[in-house]
Write a protein that binds this ligand. Structure first.
Ligand SMILES: [Zn+2]
Length: 570
């Protein structure tokens, strides 16, 4: 039995995520976690909400709530939606947890002792009206390059020029609109990543099995221009983890907090502590400390490509710099973007389908199947309603759903609601088992390798084999001449339904549960021996005909949804 630690990039707290966010980290991580569990391995699958930083403060302000209260509520909302999609986290934590606060302060203390932290005094824009320093992106003004009036202090959206807040003409606070700004001096802690460059490069060099997409991004940041830059890890904000070194105060850092990008990845570890403190597990160190049992753990992270630099460089710099035996990531699975119907998903414009809306429209498995079988693995991919309709109707309803329906209904009408006895399998059945075995082994290889689209195609091909067998064997015709032979064919087909339930569980877990209940089957073990797995349901075993597994999406529904989600979510 292997041990798999799996984390999904943690979603930011300020609102409900869209389907592009879901497919870029949480959903494929769930697929992998479910698969490894189904194979009998020990899995710890963690995710959390990322709760600190200015966007959370501003969202809370808009909602008219204290930020801590806002985050607590939004965490519950996100947790509920995650359950709705069947995301099987062992724990869904919070980066604002006391565990993460203590651990983040601990890491800062270790990095300080290792000489990897420097105090830097810099000039920053302060808004007297807002009574706060403004992060670059919260300063707006006219772009000196193109004249765009809503350029942000870090970049002009119109001409894409990188800016410094002091470049802006007529700068104002993006929070209040106030122009009463001044430049003040402030002192911050910087993590001396430049001193870690050789160690990080040596570590990246060992990752010869990583996708080029991942290592090329890391190398670019390591070596482009002046190389890896030191990074500010504190901010002048109220909401965040107070700056301390271990348990001690940090002179000069009073009233400051750690930057959200410093504490967010540490939550991967703190989340395991929360998992134990919530009474769900017993020993977090055997997953995270290589001196306490984690040296045989395989750690896989899932994330969108925009998160790769932080996971290949910044977080490893924190871990390696601490000088303590923490578990480092073994494999990073990163994704491109999912676009929406000819454009991009947009949270601010309400363009595209958001996770809560998706669950209001259709059951989770419909979305899980389409999203995973179209996951943006090697390039960006696009959600269109036509493609979604076709995926649901052709793959789920016509192939899997139709097979289950035909077999169970035919059996009920001819043999009653129990697995029929009689008949001997022949050459056709032997050929089917051979084909199934080859395809199942291919499916397993794709799942192990996290080749998700290929895995989905392999699974679909396994479903198709059942339909082809049914078409050729034609038990409805056989029945008229040789009842025992038809009984054998249907017995095999009923066992195939069970096999499909087992194999499909990582993709469509609710459907698997429906199948399991209809077949009244407790034994859902993985088919290491395919022939044996097709004899689990023996003659006389009772079942019931399940409700239609999948309803088809009509053209009217498709057109209605297309219009509804084109933008303007309030
Ligand atoms: Zn511009």
């Amino acid at each position: 039995m292997a041990r798999h630690l799996i984390t999904s990039a943690i979603p930011y707290i300020n609102g409900i995520k869209h389907l592009g966010n879901l497919v870029g980290s949480q959903l494929p991580a769930d697929l992998f976690a479910r698969y490894q569990r189904a194979r009998g391995h020990e899995v710890l699958f963690l995710c959390a909400t990322d709760e600190h930083g200015t966007p959370a403060e501003i969202a809370a302000q808009k909602a008219g709530k204290p930020v801590a209260e806002y985050c607590a509520e939004m965490h519950e909302v996100q947790a509920g939606i995650a359950r709705g999609f069947g995301l099987s986290f062992d724990h869904f934590g919070r980066s604002s947890s006391p565990q993460n606060e203590k651990l983040t302060q601990h890491f800062a203390g270790r990095l300080y002792e290792a000489g990897l932290i420097e105090e830097v005094t810099e000039k920053q824009v302060y808004s007297r009206a807002d009574k706060r320093f403004l992060p670059d992106r919260y300063i707006e003004g006219t772009c000196p390059n193109c004249g765009y009036e809503k350029a942000r202090g870090d970049q002009c959206e119109n001409c894409t020029k990188q800016l410094d807040p002091t470049d802006l003409i007529n700068p104002r606070s993006a929070i209040s609109g106030s122009t009463d700004l001044e430049v003040r001096e402030t002192t911050h802690l910087f993590l001396k990543q430049s001193k870690m460059r050789d160690r990080l490069r040596a570590w990246i060099d060992t990752k010869t099995d990583w996708p080029v997409l991942t290592t090329s991004i890391a190398r670019k940041w390591l070596d482009d221009g002046d190389g890896l830059q030191d990074r500010g890890i504190t901010r002048d904000l109220d909401w965040g983890i107070p700056v301390k070194r271990g348990d001690e105060d940090w002179p000069g850092m009073e009233g400051k907090v750690f930057y959200v990008w410093f504490d967010a990845p540490i939550e991967y570890i703190a989340c395991a502590m929360e998992w134990v403190d919530a009474g769900k597990g017993e020993n977090w160190e055997r997953w995270w400390r290589t001196d306490k049992g984690a040296d045989d753990v395989t750690y896989t992270q899932f994330m969108g490509k925009d998160n790769v630099p932080f996971h290949t460089l910044s977080f490893p710099a924190t871990i390696l710099g601490s000088g303590e035996p923490w578990k480092l990531v073994d494999y990073i699975k990163s994704f491109n973007y999912l676009n929406y119907d000819g454009g991009q998903f947009s949270t601010s414009q309400g363009r595209g389908v958001f996770m809560d809306q998706a669950l209001d429209l259709l059951p989770a498995d419909y979305w899980r199947w389409w999203l995973l079988s179209h996951v943006p693995e090697t390039s960006d991919s696009e959600f269109t309603w036509e493609s979604f309709q076709s995926g649901v109707n052709k793959d789920l309803a016509d192939v899997l759903g139709n097979f289950v329906s035909r077999v169970t209904k035919f059996c009920r009408s001819k043999f009653g609601e129990e697995v029929p006895a009689g008949g001997m399998p022949g050459a056709r059945e032997a050929a089917l088992i051979e084909d199934l075995t080859a395809r199942i082994r291919a499916y397993e290889a794709h799942m192990e390798g996290m080749e998700i689209r290929r895995a989905a195609a392999a699974l679909r091909a396994i479903w198709v084999l059942g339909n082809e067998y049914l078409q050729e064997a034609a038990p409805w015709a056989t029945f008229k001449e040789d009842e025992a032979q038809a009984a054998m064919q249907i017995r095999l087909a009923l066992n195939l339904i069970r096999l499909y339930g087992v194999l499909s569980q990582p993709f469509v877990p609710d459907t698997t549960e429906t199948i399991r209940e209809a077949l009244r089957c407790e034994d859902m073990h993985w088919p290491d021996d395919v022939a044996a797995s097709l004899e689990v349901l023996g003659p006389g075993h009772g079942f019931s005909v399940p409700e239609n597994l999948f309803s088809k999406i009509t053209d009217e529904q498709r057109e209605d949804w297309q219009a509804r989600f084109s933008g303007t979510r309030g």
